[in-house]
Write a protein that binds this ligand. Structure first.
Ligand code: IPM
Ligand code: MG
Length: 400
């Protein structure tokens, strides 16, 4: 079989480090690919005024499958400061390139599994009824709508007059906000479409059916956000009734869910939410299985097949310059496994996952986060494994 072409988008900071490690693991598992590296992130912004250059979009368009490391994002004004001097008068505005990439390719389905690894010292624990320690197993799959809602980017400070006039047609706006001068208003819209809402709900229900989860929990706030959350809830109820009667539909408000997931995380199976709440709930569940060092994700467009796999952690600039990298590569390696599964290379994915699980269970090789140390270069003298040593241990386990 000819080699596959995979786009690599290392991005910034530790994104580069962990991506390289994931490629070593893919290699060791016998996955043969031609990697095409694309520029994305902070450096492209500072140098070219565009964190997602057209040539990178073309690469993804052409090869369709990408592995993404991490990028650095900064607020609008800080981003402007770091722009090359000759670009400063061009009216450029920084926008997170990963968000742009998701929208450009319509990667509307985002899946973030959070499953605890036996033996991970970071697993969530609680006191059991008899006073002992209970360690409930977490096994959830979070489906986050990835292109709409508060991430739609339709927003203004001092909105144009037509927008202001349109807002003034709403009785609540007139009653509660008309006192505020237009120049002092900031508005970020939360747009949901029926089509994309249906798609994310369907992906969630289908996943529950395929992998034998009992329930799908919709995590929104329909009691307050009546139109967007309300629409999603209504659609979920109809779909459950007409198409997925074998799956239970639970409805929790995002705030309550944040509380419930630390009380009884083992009760949840598939979670589905809009973009912002999905972002929040996926970090929260990640915390229960060891934090961002373990949290992987897939995002794809079911129509075009374009898919991008990424760890959900950031670029951690403060760890990027260490002479020996200390960060945990597992989230990136697990993201690469999600890519393998997407490419129907299930056997390789499952061998890598088993190797990761074995290293964690054995407990001999642990990165600093797993030892509950504060990140600093000297964690290596306190028994923490480096990024490379962790990867080596996984590769070793893979080869046994
Ligand atoms: C994530 C991240 C991103 C998001 C940031 C980096 C823009 O938090 O993938 O969860 O908010 O979606
Ligand atoms: Mg996030």
């Amino acid at each position: 079989m000819s080699k596959r072409n995979i786009v690599t988008l290392p991005g910034d900071g530790i994104g580069r480090t962990v991506l390289e490690e994931a490629l070593r693991v893919l290699d060791a598992a016998g996955f043969e690919a031609e990697y095409k590296e694309g520029d994305i992130g902070w450096e492209s912004w500072c140098r070219e005024g565009n964190p997602l250059p057209q040539r990178t979009i073309d690469l993804v368009e052409r090869y369709k499958i990408a592995l993404f490391g991490a990028i650095t994002s900064k607020p609008k004004d800080a981003a402007f400061e770091e722009l090359a001097p000759e670009l400063k008068d061009k009216g450029l505005v920084y926008a997170s390139p990963i968000v742009t990439l998701r929208q450009h390719f319509g990667l509307d389905i985002c899946l973030r599994p959070c499953k605890s690894y036996p033996g991970n010292p970071l697993n969530f624990i609680r006191r059991g009824p008899s006073g002992g320690i209970a360690e409930p197993e977490v096994d959830v799959a979070i489906f986050r709508q990835n292109t709409e809602g508060l991430y739609g980017g339709v927003e203004w400070s001092d909105p144009p007059q037509q927008v202001y006039d349109a807002l003034m047609t709403h009785p609540r706006f007139r009653r509660n906000f008309a006192w505020c001068p237009k120049e002092e208003l900031s508005v970020s819209t939360r747009i949901f479409t029926r089509k994309m809402t249906r798609r994310i709900l369907q992906a969630a229900f289908e996943h529950a059916v395929k992998y034998g989860y009992r329930s799908v929990t919709l995590c929104e706030k329909p009691n307050v956000i009546r139109e967007t959350s309300g629409m999603m809830y209504k659609m979920a109820q109809e779909m459950q009734k007409n198409e997925y009667p074998g799956i239970e539909l639970w409805n929790t408000n995002i705030d309550a869910q944040m509380m419930w997931l630390t009380k009884n995380p083992e009760d949840y199976g598939v979670i589905v939410a809009g973009n912002m709440f999905g972002d929040i709930v996926s970090d929260a569940f990640a915390g229960l299985i060891g934090g961002l060092g373990f949290a992987c994700s897939a995002q794809y467009n079911p129509d075009t097949g374009v898919a991008v796999f990424e760890p959900t952690h950031g670029s951690a600039p403060k760890y990027a310059g260490y002479p020996v990298s200390i960060v945990n590569p597992i989230a990136m390696i697990e993201s690469a496994c999600m890519m393998l599964e997407y490419l129907k290379e299930n056997e390789k994915a499952s061998r890598i996952r088993k190797a990761v699980a074995a290293v964690i269970a054995r407990g001999e090789v642990r990165t600093y986060d797993m030892l509950r140390l504060t990140g600093s270069p000297d964690v290596l003298t306190k028994g923490a494994a480096s990024t490379r040593e962790m990867t080596d241990a996984i590769i070793n386990a893979l080869q046994q």
